[in-house]
Ligand binder design. Sequence first.
Ligand SMILES: [Zn+2]
Length: 395
Amino acid sequence: MPTEELLKFAPRPTGAGEMFQMLRDGQPRTRADLAAVTGQARSTIAARIDLLMSAGLIAPAGEASSTGGRPPATFAFNPSAKIVLAVDLGATHAHLAVTDLSSHVLVEREEAIAIADGPEAVLGWVIRCADELIAAIGRTHADLVSVGVGLPGPVEHSTGRPINPPIMPSWDDADVPTILSRHFDAAVLVDNDVNIMALGEHRTAWPQVDDLLFVKVATGIGAGVISDGQLRRGARGAAGDIGHVATATGSQVQCRCGNTGCLEAVASGQAIAAALREVGLEAQTSADVVDLVRAGDLVASHAVRQAGRDIGSVLASCVSLLNPSMIVIGGVVADAGEHLLAGIREIVYQRSLPLATQDLRIVTSQTRRRAGVLGASAMAVDHVLSPAAIDALIV
Ligand SMILES: [Zn+2]
């Protein structure tokens, strides 16, 4: 076999960026540990450690225990080296957080906003608020390496632009990354809110689960797909948009997308509230629905359970397609608790093959209201700490 062919099968040499990925778990390691794992010379490892130390990305972490002689020094990830800004924008609500490089929240703020006010007004507010938060923890723009943003509509991930977003028409094709990077002088990543919630929930609560479906049930309904441990966005970023899948009930309820009988039109918080108003109950929002269920209202509980069944019928198809081992239900309506889950479980277990449901768990979100900012932070951190980004930073 020619040498070139042989080289293809040789272990790929790991650069400093790739070696750094091993340290992101926060565990202290010695030079010998890293040499053993990478199969590289101690001198190479030592040089890379020096580079990562001078960039502030790793720091000495004490001495390893030794059976004799001088104990070797250990090194660990230094997540406080830099900060990222995490922005979770909803239709009527915004959540901002500044985190360190392990997505630990350092400071956060939640406020009511109207996304319909448009990108200039809303992003102007984000900038003012972020500057206050960064100053409040004694950091500056020089410490900020990236910004992650979640928007409540379809986002073309490659460009970070919202595309025909139904609840935020004035944002169509808005260049969110350019508007924000001009002010912060940092990389800006944008995704839809459900994708970042899926990422936040997965990284924080279920990092060991490789195949997970996160479903947000709120004013709208959407899903984020984690497959083989990775967030899957599809060709253009629209994967998981299950809110506009036709439900099996044949409902003629009009959906805001123009079609009829969409899952969102029959089972979202808005849809449940509308159904409850028709029978004389006071319910305007998803939160009102949850309040009624928590107060023990039987009609509201029944409506939420039925919404769960409708969602379950769509999720049964998702289970057949993706075979997740966990479905996590988040969003405001998930606060209605067991009634929603019971409806979803009833149909998913009934309509999926036993092999697909054998180990399937259906649970409510652990990260709850923080899912969005945790995911926005994870997306922003992944971008700046990728092997390629680290190699570019320290050469
Ligand atoms: Zn629709």
